[in-house]
Write a protein that binds this ligand. Sequence first.
Ligand code: FES
Length: 169
Amino acid sequence: MKEKVLDVSNLDQDALKSLDKHIDSLKGSNEKETLIPVLYKAQELFGYLPHNLQRHIAMKMDLPSAHVNGVVTFYSFFSEHPTGTYTVSVCMGTACYVKGAKDVLERVKKLTGASEESMSDDGLFSIKDVRCIGACGLAPVMTINDEVYGKLKPDDVDDIIARYKEDNQ
Ligand code: FES
């Protein structure tokens, strides 16, 4: 059976050339070891790692697509979706979950209109649910870019999100 050709025509072609050059420069290195730096570079160039780009990287590096996708989805700093100016990461690790992280996440979604799959219409917010970020004493925890917010109640989220919105008016 003829294999389906990978369509990457929707991607920035200059960025793709630059990424291919970067991958070619690493030829001869252990592909599994260089995958994370390549994914970093790809995210820097494209802003996120859509599925066709992941498959392109897998083909170029001679790795199974499932392996590449497994790495992308394992590390929270990689994103498969376009990200807004602010990435809100709500920790869904056990300590945070039992202290109400789910309600915090729901409030963030309601206030921003973003979800784990799509950023807010104004391009300001994207959402990630992440596993333990090592601040369990502050559970439930969320981060917005590099800022950490702990011991959250859903009502606290209202003020926090409002501040970010105000900063961009
Ligand atoms: S479980 Fe959320 S910081 Fe550890």
